[in-house]
Design a protein around this ligand. Sequence first.
Ligand code: ADP
Length: 506
Amino acid sequence: MKNRTPEEGLTALTDDAERNRLLAEMAEQSTDMISRHTPEDWRFIYVSPAVTHLLGYTVEEIVGISAYDLYHPDDVADFRLRAPTVNYDRGLYTHTYRFRCKDGHYTWLESTSRTIRDPETNGIREILVVSRDASHRIKADKANRRLARVLESTQDLVIFVNLDFTVSHLNEAARTAFELEHRDYSACPLSWFVTEKGFATLMDDGFPAARKTGSWRGELAMRSLNSIRIPVMLELLAHRSLHGDIEYFSLVAHDLTEKAAAEEQLKQYQADIDHASRLVTMGELASSLAHELNQPLSAMVNYLRGIERRFANNPTLSWDDVEVPITRSIRTALRAGEIIHRMMDFTRKQEPVIASLNLPELISEMIDFCENMAERLNVRIVFEPPSDVTAVRGDKIQLEQVLLNLIVNAIEASASADDEIVTTVRISVEPHDSGQLRVEVEDQGKGISEADMSRLFDRFFSTKETGLGMGLAISRSLVENLGGELWAENIAAGGARFSFTLNMTD
Ligand code: ADP
């Protein structure tokens, strides 16, 4: 005997009563809600017990009620529109709609309805409906749609990539950034939209890491079809199926173009301020430097006048007679030239050059530079260079700027108008943490008040009448850029100590 399908089995049952009993039993045990309705107003003729679990009503409560009374008002019109299809066309249809539960809230049901006709008259006898809870699916669909809207409208570039590294979907931001608005991008290789270097990074690091751990994050450059570079922060995700195989990848790229431009602008701005501040420091030193230049110039005039006088009295003079004043005036002219060179170097605008620098030599040069100012303000600068070789990494002009700021501040803080009172500014170089040196500049001034201490390194904080208040702020950022720290403290004996650290050259 050939195997029958369950339905054929049922139809084969000759005993109508037995058939109905079996059907009723299946309905009673089903977790789906099975119901029978009158064709006109969809009154419940029968409902399976699943109604209680699904909608909260007992079977007795709902039998006799029209389903129209329980549809969501917004769905009723839709229902009436579709009803003829159920009745007259195909006789079967599936519909998702809201239905009122006993507690008053609406839940989503997905129902398949079938018309049962009288075999003799072909008139509709009743409607048989199988319904199940669709609220989870509707919720998930809604969440997916919401997610899709977010992906579509975010400013970040979202790219879906197949396992063969071809693009399957781009959101609007990505289509715009890659200049693809009017082009079909499906199956374009991802490499079209990433710079060569960036693509190598993705292949060597990104994809292997995402395969292993599920995600990877890194900075790289993408590019548009017209080769416009787009620096991005990229998040790469591997998406797996329920069985654990990777199905596709998604890339969410945050465009850093504006950030890069802002950083460049900030760097430029910082460089301008550094330069302006050097000019101001030089301005503060100008009167002392003028004085310093004046000295060699008048010395030279003296030497030359001496030579002139000797020639006037004795025109037959030999080289031996004038050698000393001439070599001296050459030396003083060279010294004056050095001062001018230093001023020019210091005030020139130029890109920093990081190199190995002899720190004690740099300090001695800066002390020389400030010596005249110190003398004028009755300050003595003391520096005993350490015996070890002490080379640090840094840019010469930047370090000169830091040292000059601290030394000039220290001189100004301990200045005295009384020639009898000479104070000391002490500079020292000590080993700090491993691999670092610490420079200390101590003065014998009034020190720093508690209130000022917290604002000392703020831009434009100054207690001086003509102060710009940029020196310490700039010095700290220069030192930090070189990997060091700059801080201030008061000394118990009176006065302040400014210290900063620098990395030694390996
Ligand atoms: P400026 O010298 O133009 O005021 P700075 O940033 O170099 O700007 O210094 C800010 C402020 O810090 C100074 O106005 C002063 O009040 C304080 N300061 C700096 N160095 C010392 C110091 N050695 N002793 C006491 N106060 C100091």
